[in-house]
Design a protein. Structure first.
Length: 160
């Protein structure tokens, strides 16, 4: 787990175990497995897309995304990423925020990068490529899969 900005941490599944249940933390689970599945209690491939928490499940101190590390940006709903960025913003003033995915390399750092682009001056006037390069100095484990990298590149103007 690495603090990428005051009170904003990025990490992997094992980092979540360290802070789970602590009231001073807000957690964004940026991975479907096992968190979204456990929160909604479904078996099989997915929960029905008509379920009210199909994309995002809200629990006390937790924000659980139905997000896989897709090979294409086409499979990453902008509503999920927007909601995660705003959940960070809503909680970072009062709590430490951990954004994590399974390995801490793709989904969670991309969400943190987009949060920083939108709510700080760290990447002001930078292209996505320049911001991503700068972000790797803050979070060296950043290694987004193609879908997350393309999502951030294609949607950079929404956040920066």
């Amino acid at each position: 787990m690495i603090e990428v900005y005051k009170n904003l941490y990025v990490g992997a599944e094992n980092d979540e175990y360290q802070v789970r249940g602590q009231i001073s933390w807000f957690i964004v689970h940026a991975c479907k497995e096992p968190y979204h599945r456990q929160a909604l209690g479904y078996t099989g491939r997915a929960v029905a897309n008509t379920h009210p928490e199909y994309l995002i499940a809200h629990r006390l101190g937790r924000f659980i995304l139905n997000l896989v590390d897709a090979p294409s940006a086409d499979y990453i709903p902008v509503t999920i990423i927007d909601a995660a960025v705003e959940a960070i913003q809503a909680n970072i003033g009062e709590k430490k925020v951990l954004v994590h995915c399974n390995q801490g390399a793709s989904r969670s750092p991309t969400i943190a990068l987009l949060y920083l682009a939108k709510h700080t001056d760290l990447f002001r006037d930078l292209s996505f490529e320049a911001a991503a390069t700068k972000f790797t100095t803050i979070y060296p484990l950043y290694n987004p899969a193609r879908g997350m990298a393309d999502f951030a590149r294609l949607n950079w103007g929404r956040y920066a």
